[in-house]
Design a protein around this ligand. Structure first.
Ligand code: KG4
Ligand code: ZN
Length: 342
């Protein structure tokens, strides 16, 4: 039996320092041997958002032991690693440079190939770690920096159908949570408090649902929350829960409406949903229960937010198509539709 490839994936584009080792099982399906994520929530929470210089410093402090931990947990030796993949963009330049430089140096020291991975492609492909998904499929990417519909035609082949014209969805969750004084990062805080709230307490807008196009806009929804919040005096926990629940319901309705349009317009019947906001259980459940005629794939909850396994997996697919290079430079802006065949 030939040796199964062992890929190290490194992620440092924003506020998670992450590394993972993946391989293949006997049947040739991907297998995650380790997936270590160190979040910087504690570093940034007093500022209510990511501070790039602090994030970069924290990546520098942690990256070697995170990678070491991923290797230890995988039960493999450094010498067995066949290739190294790091996120090269999009993201914060000072953060990207940490994982990219580390990955390149690591690969060079082992004399093994290095693969520069697009972070969004990591999210786009990662449900393939546990599912066989046929190309082409529709991707709804909902993260802290991006909100997009894309047709994933193949690895390295994307067509963007729509995007947000203002805030990304994760950003809207974070800003709304900040407004309600719930802390950082906002998405999980809103989801938690919304469990005790009434979805219909406030009738927030479902933005852009009167338009056929596949673009989003979330800043108006955020502003609507702001005005309702300002009207209240001595806001109680119940009122905050109601605002959070009504906000979350407006988001889910909007995503559902737009996604139905996207599926109809493209004629596709497979849908992949990825990015940090896809870890929201309420949104997952609404999409699954109301899009029953389609095959829907989500990554496991803990792998919706940034992680090394998705980077290792995208890297492993490129390794088969051999796109690699130590001279690849950081791309802080790198839309998926810019990839070679897009
Ligand atoms: O994909 P990700 O980890 O980083 C980017 O590539 O942006 O996404 C982070 C975003 C943050 O805005 C965070 O608030 C949001 O995902 N998020 C959530 C939840 N968990 C994380 N939003 C809603 N509900 C959640 N449970
Ligand atoms: Zn991400």
């Amino acid at each position: 039996m030939s040796k199964k490839p062992l890929i190290l994936g490194i992620e440092s584009s924003c506020d998670e320092t992450a590394a993972s080792i993946i391989t293949e099982n006997e049947q040739g399906n991907p297998l995650v041997l380790s997936n270590i994520v160190s979040s910087q929530v504690e570093v940034h929470k007093e500022f209510g958002g990511v501070v790039p210089e602090l994030a970069a410093r924290s990546h520098v402090e942690k990256i070697d032991w995170i990678v070491q931990k991923a290797i230890d947990k995988s039960g493999k030796n450094i010498e067995e690693i066949d290739a190294v993949a790091s996120t090269a963009g999009p993201g914060l330049i000072v953060c990207l440079s940490v994982g990219l430089s580390f990955g390149k140096a690591f690969a060079a020291s082992l004399n093994k190939p290095f693969i520069a991975v697009n972070h969004l492609e990591g999210h786009a492909l990662s449900p393939g770690l546990e599912n066989k998904i046929e190309f082409p499929y529709l991707l709804l990417l909902i993260s802290g920096g991006h909100t997009q519909y894309l047709i994933v035609r193949n690895v390295n082949n994307y067509e963007q159908l729509g995007t947000t014209i203002d805030d990304a969805l994760g950003e809207a969750f974070d800003k709304t949570a900040k407004m309600l004084d719930l802390g950082y990062p906002g998405g999980p805080k809103i989801e938690a408090i919304a469990k005790q709230g009434d979805n219909d307490a406030f009738n927030f807008p479902r933005p852009m649902t009167n338009k056929k196009n596949l673009d989003f806009s979330f800043s108006g929804l955020k502003t609507a929350v702001f005005y309702e919040y300002k009207k209240l005096n001595n806001v109680s926990h119940v009122q905050k829960s109601n605002i959070a629940a009504s906000f979350q319901a407006a988001v889910a309705d909007t995503l559902l409406h737009k996604t139905k349009n996207a599926l109809k317009q493209t004629g596709l019947n497979e849908l992949v949903i990825g990015g940090g906001v896809a870890s929201n259980k309420y949104i997952r459940d609404r999409l699954i229960s109301e899009l029953k005629d389609y095959k829907i794939f989500f990554p496991p909850i803990e792998r919706c937010t940034d992680n090394g396994a998705m980077i290792a997996y995208a890297g492993s697919l490129y390794l088969k198509g051999s796109k690699e290079g130590l001279n690849f430079n950081i791309k802080p802006r790198w839309p998926l539709s810019e990839l070679a065949n897009g």
